[in-house]
Design a protein around this ligand. Structure first.
Ligand code: 6PG
Length: 485
């Protein structure tokens, strides 16, 4: 196996990776473990050499110092995976590569790029005869090394040559790769963005469930860790529930307290959740669970305001439920139902994005590739896959018979949890907004009729009637008769 710069002109690499921070290094090693020769490039050669020194014996690598050397080390059509910071650094590497590559070559952006940037870049590269693939990659450092979930967009033609490589390094569930061609141009990064939005919602819901057990039931953290471990053996089985049990079980070495009690309670964010919500607003899709999760992180980080508001009264309306076990079970049901809502909304956003950009994203295939490798991997993605297999045009996941039944059977528990939280003054924005969304969706009449009346009153914005076609306006400032527009 080659682990240094190749001197033989015939020893070409099947894939190149540029950007060798942890994610890039791990993906390069993953390719090498699968038997591919991997050309390595990094802006500073020190990182390339460090990777070769530590892991060079794991497979076949070709070291390159310059972009020209890097491109020359690749077999044609060349395939280069960029793993650098989203934004300007990605544009800089793309431009440098494009100058050195030839028509038919493929540039893959594996970072968390904004999908509109990917649309722009794909167009620019297509004009130069190059294929550009925006690929969402999920799974963190561990996934990158041992099998991530990969969501490549871009031209279908490029997937023919690229797909087998990506599929071979991806996670596999029941023998199926967690990688599929998502659709044209920005579709891969769009679905990765929504994946991250769902990840935000999932984590917020988990946080609320934890907080309820802590503040309403006064359970010790170690017991809550056990509850999550227990939940991970049932319908809620998922990576995030599994690691919640582990984080909660961790004791801080310095203080002997649960680690969670010494971590500053201000949640960071790099932007993909915010992008999801902005896109949801543009598409007109009520992705309320994700929005609440993004806003909850923002509230947590408003430390100055929070400090000053700490003395505000919470009232005395609530009492803790007497039967703690029963309430823990209610929380489990509320978590599951709210999670179904978050996924239903996320998949609605994907449908809307797909329609808007003409991507033809297959929601069932997406659920399939999210079953393994990615951060939101979960047992219930099998159910989502089945739901779209049974009905590819399903209007909402909540209308699939399985999910409908699961949510309906938990709805009383969900209401008990949300009302108890409100009475006890414990914030549950994601639980509560998911329940309100559910109630909104199933309501025969909504107060939007009044909104329309008000809009017509102050701005003559008109309204439709339920009993006849047409557009109407009431002469609010006159005799209040109705006129047809
Ligand atoms: C993944 C993760 C990954 C990253 C998030 C974290 O799918 O592997 O989502 O993309 O960990 O971007 O996002 P925040 O820093 O915004 O929480």
């Amino acid at each position: 196996m080659t682990n240094t710069a190749s001197t033989s002109p015939t020893a070409k690499a099947q894939i190149g990776v540029t950007g060798l921070a942890v994610m890039g290094s791990n993906i390069a090693r993953n390719f090498a473990h699968k038997g591919y020769t991997v050309a390595l490039h990094n802006r500073s050669i020190a990182k390339t050499d460090a990777l070769l020194a530590e892991h060079g014996s794991e497979g076949s690598f070709i070291r390159s110092e310059t972009i020209a050397e890097f491109v020359d080390a690749l077999e044609k059509p060349r395939r280069v995976l960029i793993m650098v910071k989203a934004g300007d650094p990605t544009d800089a590497v793309i431009n440098e590569l494009a100058d050195a590559m030839e028509p038919g070559d493929i540039i893959i952006d594996g970072g968390n790029s904004l999908y509109t940037d990917t649309i722009r870049r794909e167009k620019a590269m297509a004009d130069r005869g190059l294929h550009f693939v925006g690929a969402g990659i999920s799974g963190g450092e561990e996934g990158a090394l041992n099998g991530p979930s990969i969501m490549p967009g871009g031209p279908a033609e490029s997937y023919k040559s690229l797909g087998p490589l990506l599929e071979s390094i991806s996670a596999h569930v029941d023998g199926e790769p967690c990688c599929t061609h998502i659709g044209p141009d920005g579709s891969g990064h769009f679905v990765k963005m929504v994946h991250n939005g769902i990840e935000y919602a999932d984590m917020q819901l988990i946080g609320e469930a934890y907080d309820l057990m802590r503040r309403v039931l006064d359970l010790p953290v170690a017991d809550i860790a056990d509850v999550f471990a227990q939940w991970n053996t049932g319908d809620l089985e998922s990576y995030l529930i599994e690691i919640t049990a582990q984080v909660l079980a961790q004791t801080d070495a310095d203080t002997g307290k649960p680690l969670v009690d010494v971590i500053v309670d201000e949640a960071g964010q790099k932007g993909t959740g915010r992008w999801t919500v902005k896109s949801a607003l543009d598409l007109g899709i009520p992705t309320t669970g994700i929005a609440e999760a993004v806003f909850a992180r923002a509230l947590s980080s408003s430390s100055g305001q929070r400090k000053q508001a700490q003395g505000l009264a919470g009232g005395t309306a609530g009492t803790a439920p007497a039967d703690k076990d029963a309430f823990v079970d209610d929380i489990r049901a509320a978590l599951y139902a709210s999670k179904v809502v978050a996924y239903a909304q996320g998949f609605d956003q994907i449908s809307a994005g797909s329609k808007e950009y003409d991507w033809n994203v297959d929601r069932g295939s997406l659920a399939t590739i999210w079953r393994g490798g990615c951060i939101i991997r979960a047992k219930f993605l099998n159910r989502i896959r089945d739901a779209y297999a049974d009905n590819p045009d399903l209007p909402s996941l909540l209308l699939d018979p399985y999910f409908r039944d699961a949510v309906e059977s938990g709805v009383d528990a969900w209401r008990r949890v949300v009302s108890t939280a409100a009475l006890m003054g414990v914030p549950v924005p994601a639980f509560a907004s998911s329940l309100s969304y559910y109630d909104g969706l199933r309501s025969e009449r909504l107060p939007a009729a009044l909104t329309q009346g008000l809009r017509d009153y102050f701005g003559a914005h008109t309204y439709q009637r339920i009993d006849k076609p047409g557009t109407f306006h009431t002469l609010w400032g006159g005799d209040r008769t109705e006129v047809e527009q």
